[in-house]
Ligand binder design. Structure first.
Ligand code: NI
Length: 169
């Protein structure tokens, strides 16, 4: 496994629509392994292939709604959101826009149909942060960034106010 370079907002690659994955080969496995390592080393909860310069429909998401120590990486190849429910609004960020957060509305629960690294179809559900990450990463595959969905990047004061309020609740 190896760390890959994460492209930053402004790079044209991040605005392109990605092509489906058609070859479930070693090259894909290496890409997914590298993406998981790169995401975790950057303390992210999701990463899409175009963020490491590969215009293919593949993402990794860190499932954190688990007992402590049982976080695991979900690999989604050719993902499609097939069901959503409810709504959540909260600060959202991106490894391609480090240190910036904006308020983004997303569904509270999301069901995705995708292929695994061997081409087998499966369905997976996510809630809260995982639902947000599924939507955010799928957007990357169509060349979209969270910055298109929020009206401004939050200031330190706004972030502090948001998280301070949450801590009291
Ligand atoms: Ni992102």
């Amino acid at each position: 496994m190896a760390l890959r370079n994460i492209l930053m907002e402004g790079d044209e690659t991040l605005t392109k629509r990605c092509r489906p994955v058609t070859d479930f080969n070693q090259r894909l496995h290496t890409l997914l392994d590298d993406m998981a390592e790169t995401m975790q080393s950057a303390n992210g909860v999701g990463l899409a292939a175009p963020q490491v310069g590969v215009l293919r429909r593949a993402v990794v998401v860190l499932e954190t709604n688990t007992p402590e120590g049982e976080e695991h990486v979900i690999e989604l190849v050719n993902p499609q959101i097939i069901e959503t429910e409810g709504e959540q609004e909260g600060p959202e960020g991106c490894l391609s826009v480090p240190g910036s957060f904006g308020m983004v509305k997303r569904p509270a629960r999301v069901k995705v149909r995708a292929q695994d690294r061997n081409g087998e179809f499966f369905e997976v559900e996510g809630v809260d942060l995982t639902a947000r990450a599924f939507c955010h990463e799928c957007d990357h595959l169509d060349g979209h960034m969270f910055t298109e969905l929020c009206d401004h990047i939050m200031s330190d004061e706004e972030l502090e106010a948001y998280y301070g309020k949450e801590d009291e609740a």
